[in-house]
Design a protein around this ligand. Structure first.
Ligand code: FE
Length: 193
């Protein structure tokens, strides 16, 4: 399906996914999946993050829309590996910073659980449950390896927004607010490659 996309069509394609499937449940959290992703983008934007990092926050869970696992995958004890699926559909159109933030946003939770004693206590119940399915906190060796990623700092920032953007009483700006930013990121990347 993604074979037919180009830098000119990928952003409308993603907009369409948000429009058609955004209201789906977010794995036991009190917000829909699109509201969650939009809240993450808003947190990134408000903290003065770069266009690329705002895009990463917005798209970090896009993989939930591309795999064939049902909505309640986590409840059924299946790790849907949405982070890898998401990175794969984005990698032809978005820079490595973004695909790394997407690919490693689950690993980042395992990293933070191993390295920041206060972090675990801030996770939602659903996130603690999925942590167990995802392999639990990283081992010392895994931590060492993960810390070598040149995008580590940004990967961890996206992770913190991911953990925070779950407020059922907050309405984030709509997808259309971020569409020009996404187009800028895609077109800049297309020119550079
Ligand atoms: Fe998320």
């Amino acid at each position: 399906m993604t074979d037919t996309l180009t830098p000119d069509t990928v952003v409308p394609f993603i907009a369409d996914i948000f429009a058609r499937r955004g209201a789906e449940e977010y794995l036991g959290e009190p917000v829909t999946i699109s509201e969650h992703m939009l809240q993450c983008a808003e947190l990134a934007e408000r903290s003065g993050a770069s266009d690329a990092l705002v895009a990463a926050a917005l798209l970090h869970d896009i993989g939930h829309f591309t795999n064939e696992f049902p909505d309640d995958a986590a409840e059924q004890g299946i790790d849907a590996v949405h982070e890898e699926a998401g990175a794969k559909i984005l990698r032809d159109y978005f820079p490595p910073l973004i695909t790394d933030c997407v690919r490693y946003h689950v690993a980042a939770k395992r990293y933070l659980c191993a390295t920041d004693p206060a972090y675990f206590g801030k996770l939602s119940g659903a996130s603690v449950h999925s942590l167990n399915l995802q392999g639990g906190p990283m081992s010392a060796l895994e931590v060492q390896d993960f810390a070598r990623n040149p995008h580590l700092k940004d990967i961890l920032r996206v992770r913190i927004w991911d953990d925070t953007g779950k407020d059922p009483d907050h309405a984030a700006p709509p997808f259309a607010h971020y569409q020009p930013l996404l187009e800028r990121v895609v077109q800049t990347h297309a020119k550079a490659t």
